[in-house]
Design a protein around this ligand. Sequence first.
Ligand code: AMP
Length: 185
Amino acid sequence: MTTTAAESDPRLAHIKESIRTIPGFPKAGILFRDVTTLLLDHKAFKDTTDIFVERYKDMKIDVVVGIEARGFIFGPPIALAIGAKFVPQRKPKKLPGPVVGEEYELEYGTDRIEMHVGAVQPGERCLIVDDLIATGGTLAAGIRLLERVGAEVVECACLIELSDLKGREKLKGKPLFILVDFEGE
Ligand code: AMP
């Protein structure tokens, strides 16, 4: 199930316009959706955070989990505003303490995300945040990692969905909340 922020929300058009598209990065054929231009625009960044906070403030979220790297930009302001802790899920060999990890498929090969042991406790209610869902492999691994430690994934939240790639189908029914879709663009 995917929920898109109400299309009538007047803040969304400006948020979408503030995201830059760079064709051919990091390789030919990719349209890279660059959120660093959104961060340069105080209104767009604030409105983005506000929309997420409005949605999650009363959902009894214990933990906001941010996926490396851009989940580290959007996750912490949400966590602070809703009174949750923030936990990073990182690329391999970045975290200094004992970790639990989960592999996921890439177009060629596999990748892995890791989280500190004990950062999330069994039964805690989690929100996973990333900037963008493409094939859904990254978020699906994030969900598996949290469920392995006994946590409850309440929802995934992304600023951008590339809905042509049908990534949400990998989330096995977990709710996905997005602000902007670049379908067919
Ligand atoms: P996926 O696992 O295929 O859903 O890929 C999602 C991850 O890759 C996110 O962490 C994104 O930041 C990054 N990503 C994938 N495709 C793009 C894209 N076209 N533009 C920007 N970031 C992307």
